[in-house]
Design a protein around this ligand. Structure first.
Ligand code: ADP
Ligand code: MG
Length: 152
């Protein structure tokens, strides 16, 4: 477990970006996609973290929360790298009521490709559909500009 305290949105962005860079510089996992489950109150910094994370994967598009579509897919651009031509999947499960709903969106196929990287806001809503290798990232709102981020 690593605990970070960030004092503004840029610091959260930076932590996420360097985590993503570290991941794509590492060998591919053997069997499943890497899955990050983000948990924390509204405004605690999950989407901000996602924006930094995507930047670290070389994604130039603007990352916005996919609340209505549940997920958005972006090509990972880390040439030259073993993750190419994988995709980054940004899920927001705020609207999911039953964990099994995620399976109708092809979730199992997405997580079964080791070239993919999957990050999920409101992951507690699909807890029982998450793979065993899931890494949890917890966000705590301390005050207006301070957040505690725990990465397991
Ligand atoms: P969530 O996706 O968890 O609802 P967002 O990332 O959308 O949260 O919103 C976080 C808000 O808090 C943004 O407006 C951001 O600028 C602000 N903020 C202030 N301090 C921080 C910090 N240390 N880390 C992340 N966001 C912060
Ligand atoms: Mg969000």
């Amino acid at each position: 477990m690593i605990k970070y305290i960030t004092r503004n949105a840029e610091e959260t962005h930076k932590i996420a970006k360097s985590l993503a860079k570290k991941i794509i510089a590492s060998p591919l996992p053997e069997d499943l996609a890497l899955v990050f489950a983000l948990k924390g109150d509204l405004g605690s910094g999950k989407t901000t973290f996602m924006q930094g994370f995507a930047a670290g994967l070389g994604i130039k598009e603007k990352i916005t929360s996919p609340t209505f579509n549940i997920f958005k897919k972006y090509p990972i651009k880390n040439e030259p790298g073993s993750y190419e031509p994988g995709s980054f999947y940004h899920f927001d499960c705020y609207r999911i009521e039953k964990p099994k709903e995620i399976l109708d969106l092809g979730f199992e196929k997405i997580i079964s490709d080791p070239k993919n990287i999957v990050a999920i806001e409101w992951a507690e809503n699909i807890k029982e559909s998450l793979p065993k290798n899931t890494r949890w990232i917890n966000f705590k709102f301390v005050d207006k500009n301070t957040r505690v981020i725990d990465i397991s």
